[in-house]
Ligand binder design. Sequence first.
Ligand code: GCO
Ligand code: MG
Length: 402
Amino acid sequence: MKIVAAKVIVCSPGRNFVTLKIETDQGVYGIGDGTLNGRELSVVSYLEEHVVPCLIGMDPRRIEDIWQYLYRGAYWRRGPVTMRAIAAVDMALWDIKAKMAGMPLYDLLGGKSRDRVMVYGHANGSDIDETVDAVGQYIDLGYKAIRAQTGVPGIKDAYGVGRGKLYYEPADAALPSVTGWDTRKALNHVPRLFEKLRQTYGFDHHLLHDGHHRYTPQEAANLGKMLEPYQLFWLEDCTPAENQEAFRIVRQHTVTPLAVGEIFNTIWDAKDLIQNQLIDYIRATVVGAGGLTHLRRIADLASLYQIRTGCHGATDLSPVTMGCALHFDTWVPNFGIQEYMRHTEETDAVFPHDYRFEDGHLICGETPGHGVDINEDLAAKYPYKRAYLPVARLQDGTMWNW
Ligand code: GCO
Ligand code: MG
């Protein structure tokens, strides 16, 4: 069996997506996602110039060998561009293998560990009352777990606050828009949001919060401690994780569960965090961390330390990644939760898929493969549009982490 063609499809049905389609001499094809938000065309070029020429003629059944070829063979290891390109290939190859086996992907991975996958949605508002109402809407929709973010008085466009719609999309400008940040103001405000949420809705639902890399370890520890009475499911990205040791400071001071990893691309980004039990949930996902082949290694290492998965699932991860993630979530023994930000109707139409939402959970389909396809004619109607994530500056103009 041979790979005879591989093409990169770029489309923007509401936001940009980079999709790889690998075709074989047996007529079976596979689909992979390589979207890197705000830097999409770098992956397109990596794939078209440096990966596709090597793939032609290879045996698509040799998923592991092709992964090693692209990882070791490049000499230059790791990084978001490389690992997304590898992920796109890997997803497409698992899709092909599962289609050939006539099995939904979860069966090939080892079979179902659960019937459905708990997801969390994104509730946000410009102030505490609006966020409390938004959480109520998610509860009415059946969600069991909800992430809550709020505008903060005195901070321009605080992280995570959308425009009053269910479809929150941060990459929204042809040049990066400038948002603000002030840690003191956030520390005053965020605990009050969770106090109000627990007063209003009680303790039955899981509540989550994303710090989006804004706090120092000491500030993050302080926030975690202040949030303890509200029993969060997790506090995410409370401090940047390039220095994995930083989490030790947070860990020493708070029992609020910690999640990190949406920007990790290999097991090496998480190794010390996992082995020292400094986190509770690992957020690496299929497109970010080199595909299913590598993500399952991260999950297996995490399972030794009772750390559970919580795959990233923002809108910049295409339905192809969501499909693969749901098969992974359905199989992985140490599953925690899956993030679920809805895609627009246009995106859903370009990527026909068989997963569905029901009662606060996503359920992956039974179609052989990962269950997500691309309608290329429709995709062609939505050409690429440059779109950046915002940047963040402190009140005095200092560049900060968005
Ligand atoms: C999340 C994230 C995202 C990111 C986005 C960047 O937890 O969902 O933090 O919303 O900001 O994926 O591209
Ligand atoms: Mg996040």
